[in-house]
Design a protein around this ligand. Structure first.
Ligand code: DQA
Length: 145
């Protein structure tokens, strides 16, 4: 049976394409979803792709993943730098987590240098734009095999 990957996107990522394209690029969230679905087909993964601007909704989806997913790929966006709740939820479900950021958060403002998610992730990919999602799916497929 195909391994199931929950792909979560945090706040403001619904605005990709028009949001600070010099930092985040010209691709839309729809492009990211298409890339994840194509990559999932290649790797034999089933992809459940979601975005929310609400921390609690992301926490609920992470909790539900305990029984409906084999791994989580997450771009927590701004919640990376603030959310103990998302850290705790990821830790509680205990699934393998890949953290991705479009931009290289370490090259940016100091408040972006720390992520609460990194401590509960198997690995982190940042700075490669939307290719980071593809690379993260490849890494998770390897981890689950
Ligand atoms: C981001 C980086 C975060 O610092 C920022 O708040 C985002 C997007 C990225 O993908 O580069 O919204 O996670």
């Amino acid at each position: 049976m195909a391994k199931r990957i929950l792909v979560l996107n945090g706040p403001n990522l619904n605005m990709l394409g028009t949001r600070e394209p010099g930092i985040y690029g010209a691709h839309t969230l729809g492009d990211v979803q298409a890339l994840c679905e194509t990559t999932g087909q290649e790797l034999g993964l089933s992809i459940d792709f979601r975005q929310s601007n609400h921390e609690g909704e992301l926490v609920t989806w992470i909790q539900e993943a305990q029984s409906s997913a084999d791994a989580i790929l997450i771009n927590p966006a701004a919640y990376s730098h603030t959310s103990v709740a998302i850290h705790d939820a990821l830790k509680a479900v205990g699934l393998p987590v890949a953290e991705v950021h479009l931009s290289n958060i370490h090259q940016r403002e100091p408040f972006r240098h720390h992520s609460y998610v990194s401590a509960v992730a198997v690995g982190v990919i940042c700075g490669f734009g939307i290719a980071g999602y593809r690379l993260s799916l490849m890494a998770l497929a390897e981890k689950l095999s």
